[in-house]
Design a protein around this ligand. Structure first.
Ligand SMILES: [Zn+2]
Length: 259
């Protein structure tokens, strides 16, 4: 049985999560005892190693207790324990869902919780579940090269594979073809499933594919892409963070051609 005393707290203030500051910045979760923050929302979101995991929404003014700090979850992904990261992402999304459904978008009443992850508007009956946005992520290859691109929102120097949200009425393969053509102007074929990953920034499910270059010269959509090019194991730019499916997909390919 998961005991309350041993619970693992995933405390969010905005998009930042509370971690212990134990000197090495390794992003360890604080003990539940140290978390006495006033919070309007606490919700069990799962169990890890027999310990109950609790999502907590701290108020925007909350101060981190002594020995702890609020840190950006995406930045923490570089150091957070691999097993904690998916649960932290789940907690972050549940906290955000609760915040973002305080009022019904159809009639303005306050929805009531009916299940753990379900609210219903008492006036008009509208249902609110945590929103998950499917997105494709695709590794386009041409011989020993892969196509990497930079979005304006990326950390400095980082390049990655292409990604984009599914639009209503599209199959995920339609999204792959459309986004690749829109973002970099090339045609792809042989689209194959690679794997998938929940990505809580803010609420994506990244569905990974590989695709072969068919035709066209790179011509970037400057609204979405800053730069794009063909890279090899020898000359590629800095890559996305560990724990991301993007990094896994890139290393999987470049690893075949490296030394
Ligand atoms: Zn309503």
């Amino acid at each position: 049985m998961a005991s309350k005393r041993d619970a693992l707290p995933f405390v969010f203030r905005g998009d930042d999560m509370l971690v212990s500051e134990n000197g090495d910045g390794s992003g360890v979760l604080p003990s539940i005892e140290s978390v006495s923050l006033d919070s309007a929302f606490r919700q069990e979101v799962g169990v890890l190693d027999g310990r109950s995991c609790v999502a907590v929404d701290a108020s925007p003014e909350a101060e981190a207790p002594e020995g702890t700090a609020f840190r950006n979850l995406l930045e923490l992904s570089a150091s957070l324990d691999d097993r904690y990261f998916p649960m932290a992402g789940r907690a972050k999304q549940i906290v955000a869902w609760n915040r973002e459904t305080r009022f019904c978008g159809r009639c303005g009443a306050e929805p009531e919780r009916v299940e753990r992850f379900e609210k219903r508007c008492p006036r008009c009956g509208m249902m609110f579940h945590p929103r998950i946005s499917p997105a494709m992520i695709v590794r386009v290859h041409r011989g020993d090269e892969i196509l990497l691109a930079r979005s304006p929102g990326f950390p400095p120097k980082i390049y990655s594979v292409l990604a984009g949200f599914v639009e209503p009425g599209e199959s995920i393969e339609d999204t792959v073809r459309r986004e690749v053509t829109e973002e970099v102007g090339v045609e792809v074929g042989n689209i194959e499933y690679f794997g998938n990953q929940p990505w809580p920034f803010p609420n994506s499910l990244m569905i990974g594919f590989t695709a072969e270059y068919v035709s066209g010269e790179i011509e970037i959509d400057e609204n979405e892409i800053e730069d794009a090019g063909w890279y090899t194991a020898e000359n590629h730019p800095p890559l996305p963070p560990r724990l991301s499916i993007a990094r896994t997909m890139i290393e999987d390919y470049l690893g075949r051609f490296g030394d």
